[in-house]
Design a protein around this ligand. Structure first.
Ligand SMILES: [Zn+2]
Length: 130
């Protein structure tokens, strides 16, 4: 168990997944708060890594969460029925894995994990913790 008050979620803006993500992070990591960094389909955005403006914006927000709030865990989230990433589950999982690798290259002092939210809004960890 990591003793930190905050964690970080790079997650979709979709309103259906905010509470599942927050509850998963709070219960799994024993934190009080989850800083939410939202974009439509962020696993696709980070996996493709072609839009420097959005990727830079995500990175700056992650930096605030890690450096000011001392978050020790950064989750990258993908979910079922995503408007921002309208691909199948396997493609989305591939995007999540690529996005986790991408965020790891930023070198923050935090663990990076991937989360998948299924059609019943259950949260699954889909990448090994590093
Ligand atoms: Zn979405």
């Amino acid at each position: 168990m990591i003793s930190s008050t905050f964690t970080t979620a790079v997650t979709c803006m979709d309103g259906r997944i905010q509470i599942p993500v927050i509850e998963y992070m709070k219960s799994t990591f024993g934190v009080a708060y989850v800083d939410m960094i939202t974009e439509p389909g962020p696993n696709k955005i980070l996996s493709e890594n072609t839009d420097n403006n959005i990727v830079g914006s995500i990175r700056r927000r992650v930096a605030i969460s890690v450096e000011v709030h001392y978050s020790k865990v950064i989750a990258v989230v993908g979910h079922h029925d995503c408007v921002g990433n309208p691909t199948d589950k396997e493609t989305q999982r591939h995007h999540i894995h690529n996005a986790v690798s991408m965020v790891n290259t930023w070198g923050f002092d935090a663990q990076v994990i991937g989360l998948w939210i299924d059609e019943t809004w259950l949260v699954h960890e889909v990448s090994p913790r590093t």
